[in-house]
Structures are given as structure tokens and as C-alpha cells.
Design a protein around this ligand. Structure first.
Ligand code: ZN
Length: 160
């Protein structure tokens, strides 16, 4: 069957950036399993996978707007180190939960300068064009229970 809304899909993938550096990949021999059409993958990748079938291989290039969004400089803030009380050893690259007016948000420490810490609320892949090499490993229809829960059960999926 081909991939469409509510298909359960398993994919092997390698994700690279413009420079060809590997950013992420599915585990060796173990496909990533997801429920198609529910926003569990970035929009650009779901669109490319629609209509494909088991064994299909594709190479796709996805613009930031169809991936993790454009980089938003407004999500970068500098705070005094004392604002991060309770976090002993603040290092560049560290991921933290910051309390904002819109609730908890994941931020990355991107710079330390004197007493000031720069926190970036962008997704680490925001603003990046993504290059995916994908192989469709399996496609099946979702069960009624999976549709009700909104996620995949069984191997590669949720466990209860
Ligand atoms: Zn469930």
C-alpha cells in the first residue's frame, strides 16, 4: 500500500545539513515508526513521503519553512547567570527549560560572557535546510486503537 493519511510508516533515514554533516539518523536496522498525517514528522518530509511505498528510496531537500521554521532572533535573550540559580555548571550547548510568559520553553545556552548567559529559544535546527536520505521500510494501515490514541503501538511505537 502507499503512504497516505493514517498510514503507519517505518523509515530508515539519514539527516544532513548543507555541509553534508550528519545531524541525525534512525537507529541501525531499526526504522523510525510514525503515524502519517498527524504532524509527527516535519511537514516537508510528510509531503515527500505521501504516495510512496515499501522499498522506495528518496533524497529530499527541505527548506526551513517546511522543517523547523526560520531562525527567530527575537527568541534569543541574555540573562544574568544568577537568573539560572539551581543550575551549577552552566556550559555552552546545554539545553534548559526556561520559564517564559508563554510557559516552559526549551532553550540552548549559546554563549557565556562575564556574568551574562545567552539563551536561544529556537529549535536547534531552525533556519537550516535539511537533506534527508530516506528508505521506506514498512507501510500498513493504523488500527482503530492507534487512531484513537494518535500514536503507533507495537514495535517502534508506544508501549503501555
Ligand atoms: Zn496508545
Amino acid at each position: 500500500m502507499s503512504i497516505g493519511p493514517d498510514s503507519v510508516v517505518g523509515i530508515h533515514y539519514i539527516l544532513r545539513d548543507d555541509a553534508g554533516e550528519v545531524l541525525d539518523r534512525s537507529a541501525d536496522g531499526q526504522p523510525l515508526t510514525y503515524l502519517h498525517g498527524r504532524g509527527q514528522l516535519i511537514p516537508g518530509l510528510e509531503r515527500e513521503l505521501a504516495g510512496r511505498g515499501t522499498g522506495d528510496r528518496l533524497q529530499v531537500k527541505i527548506a526551513p519553512a517546511d522543517a523547523y521554521g526560520e531562525y527567530d532572533a527575537g527568541l534569543v535573550q541574555r540573562v544574568p547567570r544568577r537568573a539560572l540559580k539551581g543550575i551549577g555548571d552552566v556550559r555552552v550547548g546545554m539545553r534548559l527549560q526556561a520559564q517564559t510568559a508563554e510557559g516552559a520553553r526549551a532553550v540552548t545556552v549559546t554563549a557565556l560572557s562575564g556574568d551574562m548567559v545567552t539563551l536561544d529559544g529556537n529549535h536547534p535546527l531552525a533556519g537550516k535546510r535539511l537533506h534527508f536520505e530516506v528508505e521506506v521500510a514498512a507501510v500498513r494501515a493504523a488500527t482503530a486503537e492507534e487512531l484513537a490514541h494518535g500514536h503507533v503501538h507495537g514495535p517502534g511505537g508506544h508501549h503501555h
